[in-house]
Each structure stands twice: as C-alpha cells, then as structure tokens.
Design a protein around this ligand. Structure first.
Ligand SMILES: C[S@@+](CC[C@H](N)C(=O)[O-])C[C@H]1O[C@@H](n2cnc3c(N)ncnc32)[C@H](O)[C@@H]1O
Length: 286
C-alpha cells in the first residue's frame, strides 16, 4: 500500500476509476435518488442550490430534474470530475443552470458560493478533515430557513451472496472488515451520526431517513451496469485490503476480478447491489 492510495478522498486524484463508479452508482440507484430528492422537506422550490463534493454530478442532475427553476453551483476538489460534470450538463442542454467551482472544502476560506436556499452534500461530508467546521460553514452560507441535506452511505455496497465464492465463502464480508479497519484510520468520519453534529453546528434537524437498496439483476439491461459497478467497486476495495487480507482470500478476490478467467464475477448470475443510505434534513432556523 503506497501513501498515494490512502488519499484518493482528499485531492484531485481519480485513482482506480472513481468517476466511473460514481456514474454507475447514479445509473444503478437512479430511482432511489429520485425518491430522496422527492422527499426533501423544502418549504418552497429552491432556486439557488449548492452541491458540495459533487463528484461527477449525480446529485446535481437529480436536483436539476427535481427543481426545474433552480441553478446549481457544483463544488469539488477534482478538476476531472468537474469537467465530466460540465460535459454532462452540455449534453443535457443544462449548462446555463450549472456553475462549477473547484475548491478544497478543507481550506479555511471557501470561495463565494452565493446564498443558497438548499445545500446538498452526498457522500462527501465524511471526507472532510474537520466536518464540524464544514457544517458551520454551510450554516453560515445558507439563507435563513434554508435546508441542508446530508446523504451518507451506511457502508460500501455489497454485491455477492454470503456463500460466494464457492471456495472462499464470505469473502466479501472479510474484505469489508479489512477495509473498515483501513478506513477507520484514514477516513475516520465515515459512518458518523450526523444528527448531533448538525445540531452542534446550529441546525435544526427536521428529519432523518434511511433507505435500503436491494437491486437484483433479473432485468438484463441493469445487469450489465450492476456487473460493471461490482467490478469497479471491488477493484477499488482491493486496493485498501491487499496488504491485510490473508493470501487465500486475496487470490480468490483476484479470481473474481479476472474478467478473462472462469471465476470472473461478470460470469455470475447472482450479483445484486445491497446498500443503505441515510439522509439528514437540517434547517437553518436562525
Ligand atoms: C464519494 S464522492 C461523492 C460524489 C457525489 N456527491 C455523489 O454523490 O456521487 C466524494 C466527492 O467528494 C469530493 N471531495 C473530497 N474531499 C473534498 C474536499 N476537501 N473538498 C471538495 N471536495 C471534496 C471528492 O473529490 C469526490 O468527488
């Protein structure tokens, strides 16, 4: 494990296909995202939205669809992600509604992000070196009465049944146990309870909701995206666990990841996407 691998979360790297994973996540979980944006307890349709840690624009485009009057400022450290987001905006004819800002939200001073009435941060707040400071900055940014939606994954998605692979059952869970140990050290705020943190930053937490995702591959068109999503995710997972996994497990993981081999996970017909996302809706009341 080299040092560079441990910092994909903070700087302008697109190691190991992060952009592809973000896009596949958007594709596979599109309906769930629509449900989440539909649920947001906005008092009036927001007109100025900020998407913090926007990645390749999954939330940005879901919010543009949900709120047709809105303009969105999409913020990320990654120039490559922002470029991809702008290309998608052009392809949709929405470039006039999206502004991208490259910024490191860990920096003491944030660039001018306007006066949003909705701020959205999906799977990005846990990357902050000092999330409490970031939450306070969002509080100050929002107009009074504005809403902050924090979306977080309760863990990485699971793709394989517990019985897989046949020669090393339970492999995926063991990979996640190793990965959790890795992330506890490198991304300590992953899996945090954001409710008390939001309250501490001055917000009134109005609602919290968890959605459980369990998508099978019976639908053929989706099965290709699920396979690609599983492959990309487990490839990334391999990077965080290669140093700690027992060799037999690492070898079995490599057989799954070998798309040319007989054990390739793309040959399996029992892949699924199982994950849980939680969203906190927090209002600036003062
Ligand atoms: C897991 S991705 C989520 C992307 C997107 N919100 C989504 O839901 O698909 C996390 C994003 O946060 C960005 N990020 C991480 N640390 C950041 C920082 N300090 N400042 C700005 N963006 C950051 C990463 O570049 C990445 O695009």
């Amino acid at each position: 494990m080299t040092h560079a691998h441990t910092h994909t979360h903070t700087h302008d790297h697109d190691h190991h296909g992060e952009a592809e994973i973000l896009d596949l996540d958007a594709q596979v979980l599109a309906e769930h995202l629509t449900a989440l944006t539909g649920w947001l307890p906005v008092q009036a349709p927001p007109r100025r939205i900020v998407d913090l840690g926007c990645g390749t624009g999954t939330g940005t485009f879901a919010l543009l669809d949900r709120f047709p009057e809105a303009h969105i400022t999409a913020v990320d450290t990654s120039a490559a992600h922002l470029q991809r987001l702008r290309e998608k905006a052009c392809a949709r004819g929405a470039e006039g509604r999206v502004r991208t800002v490259q910024a490191d939200l860990d920096a003491a001073d944030w660039p001018d992000l306007g006066s949003p009435d909705l701020v959205w941060a999906s799977a990005s707040m846990h990357h902050m070196a000092d999330p409490d400071r970031a939450l306070k900055a969002v509080h100050d940014l929002l107009v009074p009465g504005g809403l902050f939606a924090v979306v977080e994954l309760s863990g990485f998605p699971r793709f394989l049944p517990g019985t897989a692979p046949e020669d090393r059952p339970g492999l995926e869970e063991r990979c996640h146990e190793a990965s959790d140990r890795f992330h506890a050290e490198h991304v300590p705020h992953r899996g945090a309870d954001w409710g008390p943190k939001l309250t501490g930053a001055g917000f009134t937490v109005e609602d919290e909701r968890s959605i459980t995702v369990d998508i099978g591959t019976t639908d053929g068109s989706r099965s290709e995206a699920v396979g690609a999503y599983a492959l990309g995710s487990l490839r990334r997972l391999r990077h965080s666990v290669a140093g700690t996994l027992v060799l037999e497990d690492l070898a079995a993981l490599d057989r799954l990841l070998d798309t040319e081999g007989p054990n390739s996970l793309l040959r399996r017909d029992d892949l699924a996407v199982r994950t849980e996302r939680t969203v906190w809706a927090a209002r600036r009341t003062g």
